[in-house]
Design a protein around this ligand. Sequence first.
Ligand code: PEP
Length: 251
Amino acid sequence: MDRKPLIAGNWKMHTNIEEARQLAAAVVKAAARVPDREVMIAPPYTALAAVESVIAGTGVMLGAQNVHWEGKGAFTGEISGIMLRDIGCGMAIVGHSERRHVFGESGRMINRRVKGALQSGLIPVFCIGETLEQREAGQTMQVLENQVRAGLDSVALTDGGQLVVAYEPVWAIGTGKTATEAQAQEAHSFIRGLLADLYEKNIAAQIRILYGGSVKPDNIDILMQQNDIDGALVGGAALNAESFERIICFQ
Ligand code: PEP
């Protein structure tokens, strides 16, 4: 089953509007050199409009860093999928480890966000991953299973392209410690099995599973050679044009 690789950049709470424009222009240039893969960038909300004007018509996709499940209402500080579609987003990151661990988002809340994204026509980039303590206690697969089952509870899909999963071990995010390619492949293959349990075979086989956690120019190639790694969700290295260009152009 062919899954088009996806390289996604999560800019978190970084970049002013001018920096965002410049970084987006560099991403557009790099992405044009490798049409066999998809590229998504998720700037802060304040730069979505500026980035959209740079990437419009280029094939680079716009992503949001979160999404609320309601279309509108009294939800101070939140942004709806309808609003994100309106500004040009095609994807939204959901359940990022910073949302789970810094902001206390629960599996149930993340499940609502996944459904909200789908209802508004956004592709959720649904993030899961274990902490260091959980890995050291031998609980990795159980944690991943619990997160997948909670986050995707009653999430119906008619096409595997409607969902992206990102495996991001919490201990590897922003720490400079990457999972080895074997550790990542083991987790991805386990997640692929869980998806096959939840969805029809052909749908599960189409769902892309990204690896995230200190992805850099010097580890992207080996990660992308693993059977079940379909792309990368990149934080720190996505803020540097040269690094992200090299990651987009993985071999
Ligand atoms: C992330 O925030 O999703 C991430 C993977 O960050 P970093 O690449 O900096 O580890």
